[in-house]
Design a protein around this ligand. Structure first.
Ligand code: C5P
Length: 236
């Protein structure tokens, strides 16, 4: 049984599809911490905007979006059958829908909107009030929890990331082309890094993890080693 009685916040940021969620989930499980996929929250808002026809090209109807945001509920519920956490938007399970390419294609333009970020960051901070949380995203270590005790900035080569995302989508039984996945990843990274509101940046005190040549077990052990060195995590 692993023992970890420190109450800390672990922020995992980085580029699209470099395995942040996989790592964050596994670290949270090891420590018996809460795991929050902040990207799923932006995806849920994007789905809401699509369903209400609020996106016209790159234009967003911010006024109507604000109205919806004022009463939106986004939460995560554990599905015991699938042994995974699923995203709920206004009490509907949207876990599969938010991973669709249509949502992926629009999520970065929705995530640029100031009111969207304010609303999400507010909810994310509330989730971290008691610490004992691993949250992954783009601005967790820079904006949401600038005082997080451990910050990791993940990256991997573009080819590796596209292939991983492609395999993930195929595993869900959906049809997609590798080149479309690759284009989407590049486009999102570009928008995420260049937006005015909370652009994707490595926090100055974040530790970089390039997992291009690592498997899941190796990247998990990499984090656990840091936890043991810095915070006394015990492997035994
Ligand atoms: O993590 P994931 O790739 O699912 O995130 C989808 C999108 O949500 C990102 O491309 C980014 O535009 C946005 N996002 C964000 N801030 C976060 C998490 C995700 O802007 N903290």
């Amino acid at each position: 049984m692993n023992k970890f009685d420190r109450d800390i916040i672990i922020a995992i940021d980085g580029f699209s599809s470099c395995g942040k969620s996989t790592l964050a989930k596994e670290v949270a499980q090891k420590l018996n911490y809460k795991y929050i996929d902040s990207g799923a929250m932006y995806r849920a808002v994007t789905l809401l905007a699509i369903n209400h026809d609020l996106i016209e090209g790159v234009q967003i109807d911010e006024e109507r979006l604000l109205n919806l945001l004022n009463k939106v509920s986004i939460d995560f519920r554990y599905n015991a059958k699938k042994n995974k956490q699923e995203t709920y938007l206004n009490n509907n399970n949207v876990e599969d829908e938010i991973r669709d390419i249509e949502v992926s294609d629009h999520v970065s333009i929705i995530s640029k909107v100031k009111i969207v970020r304010e609303c999400m960051v507010d909810q994310q901070r509330k989730m971290g009030l008691d610490k004992r949380i691993v949250m992954d995203g783009r601005d967790i270590g820079t904006v949401v929890f600038p005082n997080a005790e451990l910050k990791i900035f993940m990256t991997a080569s573009e080819e590796v990331r596209a292939k991983r995302r492609y395999d993930e989508i195929k595993a869900m039984g959906k049809e997609v082309l590798l080149k479309d996945v690759s284009t989407n990843i590049q486009k999102r990274d570009m928008i995420d890094q260049n937006r005015e509101e909370s652009p994707l940046r490595k926090a100055t005190d974040a530790i970089v993890l390039d997992n291009s040549k690592m498997n899941r077990q190796e990247q998990l052990e990499w984090v656990l080693k840091i936890l043991s060195e810095k915070f006394g995590y015990s492997f035994t």
